[in-house]
Ligand binder design. Structure first.
Ligand code: 6PG
Length: 242
């Protein structure tokens, strides 16, 4: 079931998402809390708000940060999701370095897929089971992709692996991505989507279930069946009003 929060602006959407995250983290004393975050451009605003407004309220000492996906580039590359997150958030909060589990984008893709998979299995103490994140923060591209699961690689939604090498359909850039198998095994899943360029896809995913199976983001659901959408008015502009 999709739970949708619509805010007037991208800033207010990020703030609403931050407040929701704060609520989740503060109502549990689970330690560690394992979260996986996405990259791209949208979450930068959220990360900056977490660093400014929630730096002292989030239980960072027990939050472990993993990445949903990463471009196969070094962290100094402008394309790096880790590099963006480091500048927007990690350098501004007090979080143990051992709580940061970046995907090593500068490794060879196949080697990094194996290494990151091992790190995930080791952290979650599971060899054959599917790790279950406490929280999965996702974005969505204009083509309906999420993580680095693009429409031309829908098989990654149900892969036997928890992590895979993916490829951007236009740039052919190699990516390391969590697969739908581990994403859909999360306890809570959040989509953070803003901007009018995403409006048609948001409508297709939220209101056109019979015609969206070619969109990876349409195949995402959590263990508890809930997905939280934090969107701004622009991304919501094509939705039929309830
Ligand atoms: C990435 C992301 C990806 C992102 C969407 C939306 O590495 O690019 O993980 O899934 O969430 O592409 O990107 P924007 O926020 O830049 O629109």
């Amino acid at each position: 079931m999709n739970e949708v929060t619509i805010s007037p602006s991208a800033e207010e959407t990020a703030l609403a998402c931050g407040a929701f995250l704060n609520g989740i983290f503060r109502k549990t004393d689970r330690d560690p809390l394992a979260i996986a975050i996405s990259g791209g451009t949208t979450p930068k605003l959220l990360f900056e708000i977490l660093a400014s407004r929630f730096a002292h309220s989030f239980p960072w000492q027990r939050i472990h940060i993993f990445w949903v996906d990463e471009r196969c580039v070094p962290p100094t590359d402008p394309e790096s999701n880790f590099g963006m997150t480091k500048a927007a958030l990690l350098d501004k909060i007090s979080i143990p370095r051992t709580n940061i589990h970046r995907i090593v984008g500068e490794n060879s893709p196949e080697n990094e897929k194996e290494r990151y998979s091992e790190e995930l299995r080791s952290f979650f103490s599971t060899i054959s089971g599917i790790p279950s994140f406490d929280l999965m923060l996702l974005g969505m591209g204009e083509d309906g992709h999420t993580a680095s699961i693009f429409p031309h690689q829908l098989h990654l939604l149900h892969s036997e692996d928890i992590c895979s090498v993916a490829e951007h359909p236009l740039t052919f850039q190699k990516r390391i991505t969590l697969t739908g198998t581990i994403i859909n095994n999360s306890k809570e899943i959040i989509f953070l989507v803003t901007g009018k360029a995403k409006a048609m896809r948001v409508k297709e995913i939220l209101q056109d279930p019979g015609n969206n199976k070619n969109l990876p983001a349409a195949h995402i659901t959590s263990k508890n069946g809930r997905v939280h959408w934090f969107i701004d008015k622009e991304a919501a502009q094509s939705l039929n009003k309830a």
